[in-house]
Design a protein around this ligand. Sequence first.
Ligand code: COA
Length: 156
Amino acid sequence: MYQWQLASINPADISPIMEIEQDSFAFPWNPRSFLGELTCKHAYSYIVKSIGDMQAEKIIAYIFFRLIEEELHILKIAVTPHWRGRGVATWLLQKCFSVALELGATSAFLEVRPSNESAIALYRKEGFRIIGRRPNYYADTREDALVLMKNFKEDV
Ligand SMILES: CC(C)(COP(=O)(O)OP(=O)(O)OC[C@H]1O[C@@H](n2cnc3c(N)ncnc32)[C@H](O)[C@@H]1OP(=O)(O)O)[C@@H](O)C(=O)NCCC(=O)NCCS
């Protein structure tokens, strides 16, 4: 029996986060980028820990986001490959929405690569819709970004 637990992030967590990051993205952030978010004003970040019988607790996912005025901007979400397809990202996104709503957010935004079909499916399921495209957004591949938005007011 496993349980998921939401926790805030300490600098010591960046090393296990980097392992997931490298498994998840062709062009990963570096530790400095993550550390910068921990001290940035308006920035929030959480990890998910899995706690199982007879098992040491383990970081299995993370999310980094910012709250700018009433807008939630999701910068990064990832789940360790072993734990994908079990609802962890859905659970973590919903925790993020709860935090943002408590702090007064009325809408959420993010950018995603058009090739990232699993992430787009996740976001659509959670109420995001495509509102635009930023040409050549990703410097590494010159891929466009899709801009997705979720209006929290439509949820009530
Ligand atoms: C995208 C990601 C965060 C999804 O995490 P996850 O914990 O596996 O997602 P969930 O189990 O909560 O799945 C939620 C929904 O996402 C979609 N989804 C997840 N994995 C999918 C896959 N391999 N193919 C298609 N859709 C998928 C489905 O709609 C799914 O709903 P369903 O289970 O009812 O079909 C994970 O695959 C990941 O970490 N990818 C690498 C990092 C990344 O791309 N992050 C997003 C950057 S914008």
